[in-house]
Write a protein that binds this ligand. Structure first.
Ligand code: UFG
Length: 379
């Protein structure tokens, strides 16, 4: 069947973005549209809002569906193979950026079937339809969670993977294996696994950002809701870790930097940047792109390389919002690691990508989004 070549200008390249209405997805769609790509979003809106895409259109000057817009939206689940068939029949999809998936660590422990079904079976359905339509180019949203308790920091891509402590993490790790096996079985596949560290921040306009439903699980949206007065105080989960101030250390990365990492991955897959030496697998490792399209499995951390503690984040947010943020130390949260931050050299050398924004800028942008949209997209 072959695979679609990617060595053509962005405005002749169609990118299918699953989960494109979500937090990372919507920011990535902005970057893709700014670069001139044709974007098709498939999102079932189970944890996202169509309003995010309306705002993306406004930000990028993209027209509504059905006009001459370069952004088309389908409210469909990736589990619906028939709906996916129609999308691939209508659009000559060259490459997929696959964000769609459930992502709440705690919820995944309560609902393992839903998580394995949606994340794993959904990806299988997507890949099956894609290959039948000659598209074997895929960027996958993976996570630093695949390293489990990391053997060393900064974490390089060759740091051994460890069994994640929850079904959400398991789905990421399994999907990395499944996508790698696709290439082992059929070397036309061109797969990039992007292992995200902790994405925060928002578009500088303050019009799109993270919009969790209910009480946030993650630190930043929680801090932001305390800052805006919706929640009383931040619970700091443990201050007795072996870290400089005793609180957990993470590698927070601005979501716009992360989004640009995906655009860089497309350039890399098309053979426009890098040498291919970073290909993780196979006899094609290190060879130049074939027909303008690499083949293999590229694995990259997307982080800043800098660790920040929970208290660093709270203080940076205080600077951004201009007032104190109350917090209280609580017991450790089960499953948390003390410290994790990325080694970023591989992404720099192969993708030509480095994160630009620091923690203060992440908090400023996050505050702009939160203060302008205290109830997120719900108005
Ligand atoms: N934390 C608090 N209070 C909170 C929330 C978090 O103190 O209310 C602390 C945590 O203990 C941790 C840090 O803030 O030290 C960051 O916690 P997050 O929940 O924001 O992020 P995690 O690092 O736990 O999780 C992130 C992603 C997951 C991914 C995981 C592992 O959200 O998807 O990284 O890479 F699985």
């Amino acid at each position: 069947m072959g695979n679609r070549a990617l060595n053509k200008p962005a405005d002749q390249t169609t990118v299918l973005v699953t989960g494109g209405a979500g937090f990372i997805g919507s920011h990535t769609v902005v970057e893709l549209l700014d670069r001139g790509y044709d974007v098709v979003v498939v999102d079932d809106l189970s944890n996202s809002s169509q309003e995010a895409l309306e705002r993306v259109r406004a930000l990028t000057g993209t027209q509504a569906d059905g006009q001459r817009g370069r952004l088309t939206f389908y409210k469909e689940s990736i589990l619906d193979a028939q709906a996916l068939e129609q999308v691939f029949e209508r659009h000559p999809v060259d490459v997929i950026i696959h964000f769609a998936g459930f992502k709440a660590v705690g919820e995944s422990v309560q609902k393992p079937l839903e998580y394995y079904w949606n994340n794993v079976a959904g990806t299988l359905a997507l890949c099956d339809v894609a290959r039948r339509h000659g598209c074997k180019n895929l960027v996958f949203s993976s996570s630093a969670t695949v390293y489990g308790e990391p053997e060393f920091v900064p974490i390089t891509e060759s740091c051994p993977k460890h069994t994640p402590t929850n079904p959400y993490g398991q789905t990421k790790s399994m999907l990395e294996q499944i996508l790698t096996d696709l290439y082992v079985g059929d070397d036309e596949w061109n797969v990039v696994l992007l292992r995200y560290f902790n994405p925060i921040g928002a578009h500088v306009s303050g019009t799109i950002g993270e919009d969790p439903e209910g009480i946030p699980n993650n630190l930043l949206p929680y801090v932001a809701q305390v800052a805006v007065g919706k929640l009383e105080r931040v619970g700091v989960f443990g201050d007795d870790y072996p870290t400089p101030d005793g609180t957990g250390v993470r590698d927070y990365i601005h979501v716009v930097d992360l989004a640009r990492g995906h655009v860089a991955a497309l350039d890399w897959m098309a053979g426009r940047v890098g040498t291919g030496e970073a290909l993780g697998l196979g006899s094609l490792a290190g060879q130049p792109a074939v027909d303008g399209t690499r083949r293999g499995v590229g694995i990259f951390n997307l982080g800043t390389g800098k660790g920040s503690s929970v208290l660093d984040v709270i203080h940076a947010f205080e600077r951004a919002c201009g007032h104190e943020i109350p917090y209280q130390v609580m017991p450790r949260r089960a499953g948390d690691v003390a410290e994790n931050y990325a080694a970023c050299e591989k992404a720099r050398d192969e993708l030509g990508w480095v994160a630009e924004y620091d923690l203060d800028r992440m908090c400023e942008d996050s505050w702009r989004w939160q203060s302008q949209n205290p109830n997120g997209y719900r108005g």
